[in-house]
Design a protein. Sequence first.
Length: 232
Amino acid sequence: MDTIRRILADNLARVESRLAEACRRAGRSREDVTLVGVTKSVPASVAAELFALGVRALGEGRPQELWRKAALLPADVRWHLVGHLQRNKIDRTLPLAHRIHSIDSVRLLDALEATPGEEKINVFLEVNCSGEANKQGFGPEEVRQFGDHLRTLSRVRVCGLMTMAAVTEDPEACRPTFRHLRELRDALRLTVGDAHPLNELSMGMSGDFEVAVEEGATCVRIGTILFTGLPP
Ligand SMILES: *Cc1c(COP(=O)(O)O)cnc(C)c1O
């Protein structure tokens, strides 16, 4: 386990220094960006090591895997669901998830709103900014017209918008996508008023997180580069 911890610590230090540098370039504070360690590709034991190294927020792509890891890790992990939530998995996921990043349909939004309970359900609306047909999420035009509907929600709290940029070799190519998401968020905030905070942006992954931070990301979702070099 010692080796694993050392490799993770090295990887994390590199990510932290790149994050700090991106924040500095953007004139932002490092505290304004949450690093979500996306642990979907590693076992619970490795996720636990990452948490022990100080990464308080961990992300999973599939609800069942989030449930499984949540049962094995300390209770103070802040779990983020970054992948699709099926409606029949809502009940088991809600008590565990600090944020759901992947609200991709009105049906899902309304199903969450209809769940019993007092506590707010903190979500991001996933937006398909890059227009790829194989991607989940609302179209930008849909989001623009969403204000009226969002104002009717009380159980669900929309923290912000989330997107995945198209996979590319050149992170700069993602900048227009991230900028677009920020502009959409700003526009939506104007129509929604005080009904939802809409002060967060979940964007940026291993290949493009620095550009995302420069464009205002408050949450970067990083997997691959935290786990490179681990023994198989
Ligand atoms: C897997 C995943 C990530 C992490 O991606 P990496 O490229 O491994 O950093 C981030 N967001 C979502 C939605 C994912 O599914």
